[in-house]
Write a protein that binds this ligand. Structure first.
Ligand SMILES: [Zn+2]
Length: 115
């Protein structure tokens, strides 16, 4: 892992990672040449722009205790954003609290990915 800036890490093999303040977790994209979907990256580690949008979906067990083992009750989660000039714009289909807002990309939490 390579430190590019307080908000961007290079994970190698064309993978870039940033901290998502909506998910409180790291997301990553692929850029450059190679297999798999690739995003455009403006090369600016302090004010990155990625194109097109970044969509992450996953599911979590129900938060009702009696439904937690029932996969049909899983809750679908979505994080859908545009990263432009260091700002992250969350689209309205996000399932987290920052849906519909635009905020600066935050620094990674202390101790995360410093190796
Ligand atoms: Zn996210």
């Amino acid at each position: 892992m390579k430190y590019l800036s307080s908000i961007l890490r290079d994970l190698g093999a064309g993978r870039l990672s940033f901290w998502c303040p909506g998910c409180n977790d790291a997301h990553q994209i692929l850029y450059g040449t190679g297999s798999g979907p690739r995003w455009g990256y403006n090369g600016n580690a302090d004010l990155p722009t990625f194109t097109p949008s970044i969509k992450v979906t996953w599911s979590e067990p129900s938060d009702k205790p009696e439904e937690q083992l029932d996969e049909t009750k899983d809750i679908e989660k979505c994080c859908h954003s545009f990263v432009t000039n260091g700002q992250i714009e969350f689209l309205s289909d996000c399932t987290h609290a920052l849906a519909g807002t635009t905020v600066p990309l935050p620094s990674f939490p202390p101790g995360w990915g410093t190796s």
